[in-house]
Design a protein. Structure first.
Length: 113
């Protein structure tokens, strides 16, 4: 360890992000902000899944096999796929609109309410 002086905000063995103000501390993020972040992440995942689906059943199969191998949950994935296939009726999904994701929400930015 060196005897050189530490920059302001640094403590021995600690990270300086919060003390120097370089990053926003987690406890100051509001519930609204974190919900918005979760909504955006969910929207992005939906769009990525839609793109994957357009690649066809082989791409989906390969992704599920890879996930099963990485997490050692292939049996769980197989059981879940079987459950979806046996319990979901494609015609009913189509009629109810359950075969597609909801369209992207549009929010006005600025302007009069």
């Amino acid at each position: 360890m060196t005897a050189a002086p530490r920059p302001p905000g640094l403590r021995p063995g600690g990270a300086a992000e919060i003390e120097t103000g370089l990053e926003q501390p987690v406890h100051t993020i509001s519930a609204d902000q974190s919900q918005g972040t979760a909504d955006l992440a969910d929207f992005r995942l939906q769009r990525a899944v839609a793109r994957l689906h357009r690649l066809g059943p082989r791409a989906l199969y390969e992704m599920l096999v890879e996930l099963g191998a990485q997490r050692l949950i292939r049996g769980d994935i197989e059981a879940l796929v079987e459950r979806y296939v046996t319990r979901l009726n494609p015609e009913m999904l189509l009629v109810a609109g359950g075969d597609k994701f909801a369209s992207a929400p549009i929010h006005a930015v600025g302007g009069a309410p």
